[in-house]
Design a protein around this ligand. Structure first.
Ligand code: BGC
Length: 439
């Protein structure tokens, strides 16, 4: 199986004040000399399955432990952040960042259909409370690739009941902790699978049927559908319905809580003869989401690279190829912000941007370059309200395991000791100077 084509994160991308209000256009208009408005959010992001460890009720855990699994290694203890979250939040505070984006794990909150765990809801509330005590805005993602195992074994996002189930879970979480959240991202990168499908010229992932069959068997079911597996159009439509239903459930509890979703966006470029494929991917993987989010409080832009297309799919990289197969292309952020703002009319928050590299100096260069593009967007009057870097720490990079290094903090795989990299101090300087440090 071609690991690069099966990388779920690859499939997915080619990521407010105590009142709960996002810094509004008034703040955006007050440009400081750095080019970033007063109140601009600087933050870092993580996702539960990638850092918490022992997410045993999730669909991914089962896949990771199948015989012949495509995962390089299982997530296991991850970064043990389920237990060490206070240390992690203290690092975010020490760096002077204003936002921490983390995800709430549906598989923990609802380990069996309709059985909600108060203890887990309390756990996530403690995280958000702690952020607030440190003066950090907690932004929660309600679905970041993983689902409860029972959901995958009962049709996943293909099942007509799933949007309502997701909304019921969103309702529980909002009742339990909506008052302390600053913003919610309903679903992380729901366009990712269909975007990758388009890049494969609408072909399924080689071996996915077999994998789904083995997973179903292991779960004692006849069906299995997880994020990125199976009919991507059904997944897309289920997730759009899920976003809308969850948004309504969240707003019914707390109308002022900002809600949006995040999209996996690469700078999508037509190379020679690639215009039709580019239009096809845009129409199937982006336009339906751009239409669905109109009126949301924000759109989350998540960008790592560009995708150049020819008539037969992706064209080879012309710039440096990074360990994940991505092309080094920090310019993508500017292009994606412009596209998302134009297509949705929503305020933009960059909910993920970063680089998987062993070379931390390269991470600093990449970040500065990406941010210069963001600043050009601000200068052109685009309403961009924050930059949230992926990721706080080196973590479980899905199929690739622990090899790719996206963190500004490294984590010792045996002791879980966290060590700040130069890029962490650099991001802290950027936040402290509200962007002036990028030059
Ligand atoms: C995902 C993250 C992932 C990152 C880097 C994003 O698409 O949201 O979970 O780790 O890309 O691959």
């Amino acid at each position: 199986m071609d690991r690069r084509h099966f990388t779920l994160a690859g499939l997915a991308s080619g990521a407010v004040a105590a009142s709960g209000a996002l810094a509004g256009p008034a703040a955006a208009a007050t440009s400081a000399s750095s080019g970033f408005p007063k109140g601009f959010q600087w933050g870092v992001a993580t996702a539960a399955h990638q850092i918490e460890g022992n997410n045993v009720n999730s669909d991914f855990w089962l896949l990771e432990h199948l015989k012949g699994t495509p995962f390089h290694e299982p997530s296991g203890d991850a970064c043990d952040s389920y237990n060490r979250y206070a240390e992690d939040i203290a690092i975010v505070a020490r760096l002077g960042l204003s936002t921490y984006r983390f995800s709430i794990e549906w598989a923990r909150v609802e380990p069996e259909p309709g059985l909600y765990s108060q203890a887990e809801l309390d756990h996530y509330r403690r995280m958000a409370d702690l952020c607030r005590r440190h003066g950090i805005r907690p932004m929660a993602t309600f679905h970041h690739f993983t689902s409860p195992r029972w959901l995958a074994a009962s049709g996943g996002w293909h099942a007509p009941s799933t949007p309502d189930r997701f909304a019921a879970y969103a309702d529980k979480v909002t009742r339990a902790m909506g008052d302390v959240l600053d913003a919610v991202c309903t679903i992380n990168e729901p366009n990712g699978p269909v975007e990758a499908y388009g890049e494969r010229l609408d072909k399924p992932i080689p071996g996915e049927d077999l994998l789904a069959m083995l997973a179903a068997k292991a779960a004692g079911s006849t069906q299995w559908s997880g994020f990125g597996l199976g009919d991507v159009i059904k997944t897309r439509d289920g997730m759009i319905a899920g976003h809308k239903a969850a948004r309504a459930a969240i707003k019914a509890n707390r109308a002022t809580l900002p809600v949006g979703l995040t999209l996996a966006l690469t700078e999508l470029v037509a190379g020679p003869g690639g215009e039709a494929l580019r239009a096809h991917i845009f129409d199937e993987a982006r336009r339906p989401f751009y239409d669905a989010v109109k009126g949301d409080d924000f759109i989350g832009v998540q960008t790592y690279t560009r995708t150049r297309l020819g008539p037969d799919g992706k064209l080879p990289n012309t710039e440096k190829t990074l360990p994940m197969g991505y092309e080094y292309w920090p310019q993508a952020l500017e292009a994606c912000i412009r596209e998302a703002a134009r297509e949705t009319g929503c305020p933009v928050i960059v909910t993920e941007n970063g680089i998987g590299t062993e070379d931390d100096a390269e991470r600093i260069r990449y970040t500065d370059e990406a941010l210069r593009g963001l600043r050009r967007c601000l200068r052109d009057g685009i309403d961009v309200r924050g930059y949230i870097h992926w990721s706080l720490m080196d973590n479980f990079e899905w199929l690739e395991g622990y090899r790719p290094k996206f963190g500004i903090v490294s984590v010792d795989r045996k002791t879980f000791k966290r060590t700040l990299k130069p890029s962490a101090h650099h991001l802290a300087r950027i936040a402290r100077t509200n962007g002036a440090a990028i030059g």
